[in-house]
Design a binder for this molecule. Structure first.
Ligand code: NDP
Length: 337
């Protein structure tokens, strides 16, 4: 297999990845963006985004993402709708592969975002796809006129509950605490829907329906009294937050105990990771802000950082006469001097 060499490979297609790709393409870095099989990231699973600047009436999440993708492509980004399966950041140029291809990259931006957290119940695994779901925009249509539960107390849970209220007969938000993590305005919006109600503080002990082969209800525990009871449901949407999709990179890059990549900012690059030439953008390193606008902003920063890094160190990919040479990880830091 021929190993192509690129100046910049962006891993991940969400607000951070596409914005990085758009900036890098406009800077003539000929970026390759490996956007993943489920391109678009988490925002594809949300409904109306009301807080992205410039859209006074709000904008549909998937519509915003398709616009960003098109914008990245318009300036010459090569988009690859596959998942990176292997990566080696211990040698330079870096190596990556996905189904049917192996490439080298002089610089990499990691923007793989985050994936939905699971409750961790055996019954959740057993009924996944048979009434247990994680995305109202993707699976809501299966629950027309049904009674569904949304688990969680954050903005995502409110967002999913509102999306489902347009399809399902009744939506019950089940949250483990008396107060919400969600912003007041989102809770207010959700409360205004007559078919959304709230159960607090309850934790889910079990999702019921294994014998029936589909969700029939949940067994709940009231947090103050410890009393259990069963509530009937046709579907359970788990919306309890996200975890960074960084498994592939963790052997090479500094990260915290939750898997978020640790940035090593210097005077010229705020998005630098612990390996020179590798940058991180969006939810893979941000456990604080996690907004579409901040992800897009950090994608922009990573593209500018990567561009400066390539300009300083030279990109083989942009010099046709350059010879392919592999340096060990120990040599790489010298390149940043
Ligand atoms: P959050 O981390 O904000 O909220 C997760 C919720 O799930 C919390 O209420 C948490 O409870 C609960 N939870 C976590 N683990 C468990 C568990 N094991 N069992 C039961 N409940 C659990 O995640 P979100 O995905 O809601 O939001 C992430 C970010 O995205 C936020 O910054 C949010 O503002 C943003 N966002 C914005 C939207 C918009 O503006 N349209 C839409 C969606 C998200 P507890 O509170 O007790 O910890």
């Amino acid at each position: 297999m021929t190993v192509e060499r690129h100046a910049l490979v962006i891993v991940g297609g969400g607000p951070a990845g596409y914005t990085a790709a758009m900036y890098a393409a406009r800077a003539k870095l000929s970026p390759v963006c490996v956007e993943g099989y489920t391109a678009g990231g988490l925002i594809m699973t949300t409904g109306m985004v009301e807080n992205y600047p410039g859209f006074a009436q709000g904008v549909d999440g998937p519509e915003l993402m398709l616009g960003l993708r098109e914008q990245a492509e318009r300036f010459g980004t090569q988009l690859i709708a596959k998942d990176v399966t292997e990566i080696d950041l211990s040698t330079w140029p870096f190596r990556l592969s996905w189904h049917g291809a192996e490439v080298e990259a002089d610089a990499i931006i990691i923007a793989t975002g985050a994936t939905s957290k699971r409750l961790g119940l055996a019954s959740e695994d057993e009924l996944d796809g048979r009434g247990v779901a994680y995305c109202a925009a993707c699976d809501g249509a299966f629950f027309e006129d049904k009674r569904v539960a949304v688990i969680g107390g954050g903005d995502s849970a409110m967002d999913q509950a509102m999306a489902l209220s347009k399809i399902a007969r009744e939506v019950v938000v089940i949250h483990r605490r008396d107060s919400f993590r969600a912003s007041e305005i989102m809770v207010e919006h959700a409360r205004a829907h007559p078919n959304i109600s709230f159960l607090q503080p309850f934790t889910i002990q079990e999702i019921l329906g294994a014998e029936a082969g589909r969700v029939t209800g949940v067994r709940l525990c009231e947090e103050h009294t410890g009393v259990n009871h069963v509530e009937p449901f046709d579907g359970v949407f788990v919306s309890i937050g996200h975890q960074p999709a960084t498994e592939l990179f963790q052997p090479f890059l500094d990260h915290d105990s939750h898997g978020y990549l640790t940035l090593k900012p210097d005077a010229t690059a705020a998005t630098a990771t612990s390996v020179p030439g590798v940058f991180a953008a969006g939810d893979v390193h941000d456990r604080v802000y996690r907004q579409v606008v901040t992800a897009a902003g950090s994608g922009c920063m990573a593209a500018l950082d990567a561009g400066r890094w390539l300009a300083r160190h030279g990109s083989w990919a942009s010099s046709p006469g350059g010879a392919s040479h592999h340096k060990t990880a120990e040599v790489v830091p010298i390149l940043t001097a």
